[in-house]
Write a protein that binds this ligand. Structure first.
Ligand SMILES: [Zn+2]
Length: 165
């Protein structure tokens, strides 16, 4: 499968997170340094220097897997919700079956949380319009025509969904 490189994934995800307006809990307005090697932000306030890991800001928090594996796995799940861990392993060229199995379960769990998040969003915003990052993945795939596009072409949709806010 043709996936962007790990640093391309991190770079794109970083930009999308920044677009949402990242704010440190110290409330400093100077923003962040981007530490590329660690894929994390560091608060520019020298008295704070808090580090915010890119993964920790998203639905990928706690995961040790590369961004590109998440991207590829979600893509495969979106185009076929019956995809198996073995198929994922082959398509993504990933060695460990158990890791792929866990990832697939994690994606299913996240996806299953969407209806509840949608309801909460509708109540809080008093609207019936659901943003793409709260769609169930099958719907996201339908809306963004995943079936006829490459992972790199639909990655914004996947990253937005993973950022989740
Ligand atoms: Zn700070």
């Amino acid at each position: 499968m043709n996936l962007p490189t790990e640093s391309e994934c991190a770079e794109r995800l970083k930009e999308l997170v920044l677009e949402r307006g990242l704010r440190c809990k110290c409330n400093d307005t100077r923003g962040f340094y981007w530490l590329r090697k660690k894929a994390c932000f560091e608060c520019k306030n020298r008295g704070c220097k808090a580090t915010l890991y890119l993964k920790g800001l998203t639905r990928m928090r706690g995961s040790k897997l590369p961004f590109r594996i998440w991207l590829g796995a979600i893509y495969l799940y979106v185009i076929n919700q019956d995809v198996t861990a073995t198929e994922m392993q082959e398509q993504l060229g990933y060695d460990t079956y158990s890791t792929m199995w866990e990832l697939l379960e994690k994606i299913k769990t996240l996806d299953a949380e969407m209806p509840e998040l949608q309801e909460r969003y509708k109540r809080e915003k008093d609207t019936n319009l659901i943003p793409n990052h709260l769609l169930e993945l099958s719907w996201l795939g339908f809306m963004e025509s995943f079936i006829v596009r490459e992972p790199s072409e639909v990655q914004n949709g996947i990253w937005d969904w993973l950022i989740g806010f």
